[in-house]
Design a protein around this ligand. Structure first.
Ligand SMILES: NC(=O)c1ccc[n+]([C@@H]2O[C@H](COP(=O)([O-])OP(=O)(O)OC[C@H]3O[C@@H](n4cnc5c(N)ncnc54)[C@H](OP(=O)(O)O)[C@@H]3O)[C@@H](O)[C@H]2O)c1
Length: 232
């Protein structure tokens, strides 16, 4: 694949670039300023900030290629740009591209429906000191799943810790009377996110002809790819 990569110099972008090149894919960086062009592109991947996401969405439309964005804490203009791109091309926008968090979310979804009302829910997340947003996009997604699944769920309490170079830890605590449940995912390396985004890019490029423009969630990608997860 030939990949247009927004945020190529960042922590995530540089890992995407390394793994993509190891896999034999070509990378075209989308610079913050200045001009760029590439005749043949298959897909755009974005791990940047809102302004970068807007640039990536515009580039995906200009080149008529699918867009995969992992950027979190998008502002309104970036959300609008994603929505506009989805009118023209397939778009996947997710706060977490790791297999483990995907499976944790599925387990939480199944569990939330059966949780009695007296259970309270807390989401604790720990990340490196450079992370701009808190709570993380993944923490908000986990809270959304609890809110959608649990009958009369109270507000989910967030706890965010920033320090050092912690890659990403998410823990959901469901606390009842006399017992509590804990679900934890620990990211040991950024390659899990990069590999996930690249697997989805490969899937979108492989199925490009049969995919209508629009927003695709991870569950829909399972059906398109015919696998148990969107990553395999
Ligand atoms: N979905 C997931 O699985 C996942 C996993 C991890 C992180 N993330 C998210 O990915 C994003 C990036 O994280 P990170 O740790 O890699 O951040 P980072 O190290 O700060 O890198 C951000 C990158 O974006 C570039 N950038 C910023 N504004 C831009 C613009 N207007 N146009 C083009 N490029 C622009 C930066 O370029 P400069 O070098 O010029 O500043 C830099 O290369 C964050 O939102 C983070 O939460 C998502």
């Amino acid at each position: 694949m030939k990949i247009l990569l927004c945020g190529s110099t960042g922590r995530m972008g540089s890992v995407v670039r390394r793994i993509a090149e190891e896999k034999g894919h070509g990378i075209v960086p989308l610079p913050r300023t200045g001009t760029w062009d590439a005749a043949e592109l298959d897909v755009a991947i974005d791990f940047s900030q809102s302004a970068g996401t807007i640039a990536a969405a515009k580039a995906a439309m200009a080149k008529n290629i699918p867009l995969i964005s992992g950027t979190t804490s998008l502002d309104d203009a970036a959300r609008t740009a994603i929505a506009e791109a989805a009118v023209q091309v397939p778009v996947v926008q997710e706060s977490n591209f790791s297999l483990g968090v995907y499976l944790l979310m599925r387990a939480l979804d199944a569990m939330a429906k059966d949780l009695p009302q007296e259970f309270s829910a807390d989401v604790l997340e720990m990340h490196h000191r450079h992370k701009r947003d808190a709570p993380s996009g993944t923490a908000k997604e986990l809270a959304k799943i609890i809110g959608q699944g649990m009958h009369n769920a109270g507000p989910v309490n967030f706890h965010s810790i920033r320090g050092g170079e912690i890659c990403g830890i998410h823990e959901v605590r469901l606390i009842g009377e006399g017992e509590w449940i804990s679900l934890t995912h620990s990211a040991l390396d950024r390659s899990i996110y990069a590999n996930g985004a690249l697997r989805i890019a490969e899937l979108l490029v492989r199925h490009r002809r049969e995919m209508a423009p629009g927003r695709y969630g991870l569950e829909e990608l399972c059906h398109i790819g015919g696998g148990g997860t969107p990553f395999f």
